[in-house]
Ligand binder design. Structure first.
Ligand SMILES: *[C@@H]1O[C@H](CO)[C@@H](O)[C@H](O)[C@H]1NC(C)=O
Ligand SMILES: *[C@@H]1O[C@H](CO)[C@@H](O)[C@H](O)[C@H]1NC(C)=O
Ligand SMILES: *[C@@H]1O[C@H](CO)[C@@H](O)[C@H](O)[C@H]1NC(C)=O
Ligand SMILES: *[C@@H]1O[C@H](CO)[C@@H](O)[C@H](O)[C@H]1NC(C)=O
Length: 388
């Protein structure tokens, strides 16, 4: 539990008590966060490959999170929208040709094989296929296209998200309930279910005339909230033990404390019910407590060797914390976002604004995954006081 906000105390010391509140609120809130976020996203785009529409140095699902970063930046800094819009279009047009080959699908799913051809087969479909063998990968792309739709109002992106979601529904009905992780039905975990709820709730709010999105969102949340995945500390473990259908007590990954927050914010707006926000606050503060180091900086248990997947997670928590904060402002969340962003900028950055995995520093190495993950934090800070 963090009882002391050091940045705040430092401000108190330097400005004196009279100016302390004012000072703490304006710290780096005068456009500096926006500027840092833009610089960091520019550095991210150094890895963008216009041929593939993906980000070199990282993988398929991470690409969806890079795309989401561009959308989130455009939402707080509209001057970036033009360049982001051309990336959205390019990725939408090209990236599906480079997606991982869909695995053999199980016969009872009644799913049409999406693209039975070669890995780099050229799709000529009007709407490109962003499905693959992993329901969580699909969820990331659906959320990315929803974000692209939100900032551009380009209907193509929303339609793609609907197509992806339709495929995700074929994973419903796992051994312990909820969604399977993959089309091979080997795991029943938290992340794909959080994504499923979030995508359904996002679509329900954007396409209200189609009732099944809301039905799915409510049904999937009902299952999730009773599944045992949320433990007594209000944190969420990796998944369910398929033999007992109980919480597997496996790792508390930061992204599992994040995606559900965005889902609950959408649900609260969908249902005009603030109780979803109280649940989200418990999970957010539980995650902050469980995953902060002694300086109050977010730390994944695998650091610094988190592989290609784990390096993405922390930003996803930050991205969803700011969504919760925007729906239900909370000073603990605000100071957590500032502290992490300041630490990244001051201690985990090289001269080219590359940002590494260890937010408390020292900087070692970066790729498109560590960069986009840190960008999520910087953009969250920029969103605390958007320039309009
Ligand atoms: C914003 O405020 C910070 C902290 O007071 C200061 O260091 C920085 O130079 C300012 N930036 C701009 C662009 O005014
Ligand atoms: C972009 O991706 C293509 C296809 O994988 C690859 O051949 C090319 O080298 C990449 N471009 C850069 C600049 O890395
Ligand atoms: C965005 O691009 C369009 C077309 O290229 C151009 O007309 C418009 O002025 C640009 N807007 C901004 C804000 O740069
Ligand atoms: C979208 O991207 C594709 C591929 O780069 C390009 O051919 C097309 O002209 C772009 N469309 C728009 C509207 O920018």
């Amino acid at each position: 539990m963090l009882l002391v906000d050091w940045k705040f105390l430092a401000t108190v010391a330097s400005l004196g008590m009279a100016n302390a509140l004012e000072g703490s609120l304006s710290y780096r809130a005068n456009g500096t966060y926006q500027k840092h976020a833009r610089l960091a996203v520019d550095a991210l785009q150094g890895w963008y490959n216009t041929t593939t529409g993906l980000w070199d140095t990282t993988n398929w699902w991470n690409g969806a999170n890079c795309l989401t970063v561009l959308g989130d930046l455009a939402a707080v800094d509209p001057s970036t929208l033009n360049s982001s819009a051309s990336v959205f279009n390019n990725t939408w047009t090209l990236a599906s040709k480079y997606r991982p080959l869909p695995a053999q699908r199980t016969v009872n799913l009644n799913v049409q094989p999406a693209n039975s051809g070669t890995r780099h087969s050229i799709s000529t479909d009007a709407s490109p296929d962003f499905t693959n063998a992993m329901y969580d990968d699909e969820g990331w792309w659906a959320l990315a296209w929803i974000r692209a739709f939100d900032v551009t109002q380009d209907r193509r992106y929303l339609n793609t998200a609907v197509d992806i979601f339709t495929d995700m529904t074929t994973g419903w009905g796992a051994t312990c309930g909820g969604l399977w992780w993959n089309k091979e039905h080997t795991e029943n975990g938290a992340i794909e279910n959080e994504l499923f709820i979030s995508v359904a709730a996002h679509l329900a709010r954007r396409i209200p005339e189609q009732a099944d999105f809301r039905d799915w969102a409510l049904k999937a949340w009902r299952w999730f909230s009773k599944s045992g995945l949320i433990n007594d500390q209000h944190t969420i473990n990796n998944g369910l033990d398929l033999s007992t259908c109980k919480n597997d007590h496996d790792t508390v990954w930061s992204y599992n404390q994040g995606v559900i927050l965005g889902a609950l914010v959408e649900l609260s707006q969908l249902q005009s019910d603030t109780s979803y926000l109280s649940t989200a606050r418990d999970i957010a503060l539980g995650g902050i407590d469980a995953l902060s180091n002694s300086d109050g900086v977010l730390q994944e248990s695998c650091e610094p060797d988190c592989g290609a997947d784990g390096s993405q997670f922390k930003g996803i928590f930050m991205r969803n914390l700011i969504r919760l904060h925007q729906a239900a402002p909370d000073c603990k969340i605000e100071s957590f976002i500032r502290r992490n962003t300041d630490s990244i900028w001051d201690r985990d950055r090289d001269d080219d604004n590359h940002l590494g995995i260890r937010w408390s520093g020292p900087y070692a190495v970066a790729d498109a995954s560590t960069q986009s993950s840190a960008c999520d934090a910087l953009i969250a800070a920029a969103a605390l006081h958007p320039l309009r």
